[in-house]
Design a protein around this ligand. Structure first.
Ligand SMILES: Cc1ncc(COP(=O)(O)O)c(C=O)c1O
Length: 398
């Protein structure tokens, strides 16, 4: 596979980044860091590791007209009506910074998580906090970050851009994190371990007990960042959270977002829970909540109270997943059972061609290569969108 190391300008032109989450285009304006080397193969696709690449649309700067936008793991039902109402009612207060209101939100989150307010740092989406963590932990150059391969690339890409080395550890055949190999990969230069559970772009889970044991032990040597963006899609997902480790004084950082089950990707609210010392390290250099708008603060508080909406999102998401499983079964396509709002299945087709054909049929999905195969990653939309997706897929693949 031929590769080229491209400069910032090329990256801006070509990139759609981060394996799994939002398409990168909205972030491009922010991305004026001195360098963000991205390996591209000869077709202009992003090569993250020798085993992991993302097929990119030919011209990512041109946003296609889509009837089913299933490429960014957005909640098709949200934001919750209560959040929208709260946002609208507070919009006129948008001439003020959110000070007091932000503290109210932090207090509400602290109560929900069972931690102290000083253990919470807010951000306009969790991406902001993943990236700030990467910048602060690695800004003095050197060091490495250990994570699964494939993983969600946001934190890793920023760490690499400020001089860190990524030590990717392949997922196991059962799609769980290879915790033993990850622990062995940690060396004297490891400054952070990143774990996304459930993982993106695979949608798969690592057993909570094993992960708890790993985080508890490893965080004695090195901080562990656990990205729980999709945990709320599980029934009683909170029980599988690593947040209790923070209460036990462990150097673990838990990231959460309102973008997924709360349906607020466009309103931009997220947070991390961590030890006060760890947050001080981040907050000595960067500010957390400053990027969140006042109406979004109110929307987040309302979204937390809208249990009915959260339940609806979880139930409809699961129904759509079941529908896609059944349709793939009927088409004779295997898939990887998912714990999230997206799922992957292998495609016997060149990734760029697949993306192009699906886009022509107005269905937006993502395409990757890992574990030696090409994969489609499809987000769960409404049932109507999923029907458009399966109809398009049967034309393109079958
Ligand atoms: C695993 C994971 N973490 C974090 C994020 C960031 O989301 P946001 O910045 O909207 O909170 C995403 C978005 O897709 C994600 O998939």
């Amino acid at each position: 596979m031929g590769t080229t190391n491209i400069n910032r300008r090329d990256w801006i032109r070509k990139s759609v980044l981060t394996a799994g989450g939002a398409m990168a285009l909205p972030y491009i304006g922010l991305a004026e860091t001195p360098r963000m080397p991205l390996l591209l193969d000869t077709e202009g696709n992003a090569v993250y590791s020798p085993f992991f690449k993302e097929y990119l649309p030919k011209n990512p700067a041109v946003l296609p007209e889509l009837s089913a936008k299933l490429n960014a793991n957005e909640n098709p039902y949200g934001p919750s009506p209560m959040a929208v109402e709260a946002f609208k009612n507070s919009a006129a207060g948008g001439n003020r910074y959110a000070w007091k209101e932000l503290f109210q939100l932090v207090d509400k989150i602290a109560t929900y998580e069972g931690v102290d307010a000083k253990n919470i740092m807010m951000g306009p989406g969790s991406s902001d906090l993943l990236e700030k963590t990467a910048m602060v932990f690695f800004m003095n150059g050197g060091g490495n970050v250990v994570s699964a391969d494939p993983a969600y690339m946001s934190l890793i890409r920023v760490a690499e851009s400020v001089g860190a080395t990524w030590k990717p550890v392949p997922l196991k055949d059962d799609w769980s994190h290879d915790l033993k190999a990850m622990e062995e990969a940690i060396d004297d230069d490891t400054k952070l371990v990143y774990i996304c559970n459930p993982n993106n772009p695979t949608g798969t889970m690592t057993d909570a007990k094993e992960l708890l044991d790993f985080c508890s032990r490893v965080s004695e040597k090195v901080p562990v960042f656990v990205d729980e963006a999709y945990l709320w899609f599980l029934e009683e997902g909170e029980k599988q959270s690593m947040v209790n480790l923070v209460k036990e004084g462990k150097d673990v950082i838990i990231a959460r977002t309102y973008s997924k089950i709360h349906g607020m990707a466009g309103l931009r609210v997220g947070y991390i829970v961590a030890l006060e010392e760890t947050l001080n390290r981040l907050q000595n250099i960067t500010r957390g909540g400053m990027g969140i708008t006042l109406p979004s603060v109110y929307a987040a508080m309302a979204a937390m109270d809208d249990a009915a909406f959260i339940e609806k999102s979880r139930t409809l998401n699961a129904e759509c997943r079941e529908y896609v499983y059944k349709s793939l079964d009927q088409m004779g396509i295997e898939y990887v059972p998912s714990y999230t709002s997206f799922l992957i299945f292998p495609i016997e087709m060149q990734g760029n061609d697949f993306l192009e054909k699906m886009t022509e049929l107005k269905v937006g999905v993502r395409a990757f290569q890992f574990m030696g195969k090409n994969w489609c990653r499809v987000s769960m939309g409404t049932m109507d969108e999923m029907k458009m997706f399966t109809a398009a897929l049967s034309k393109v693949l079958v």
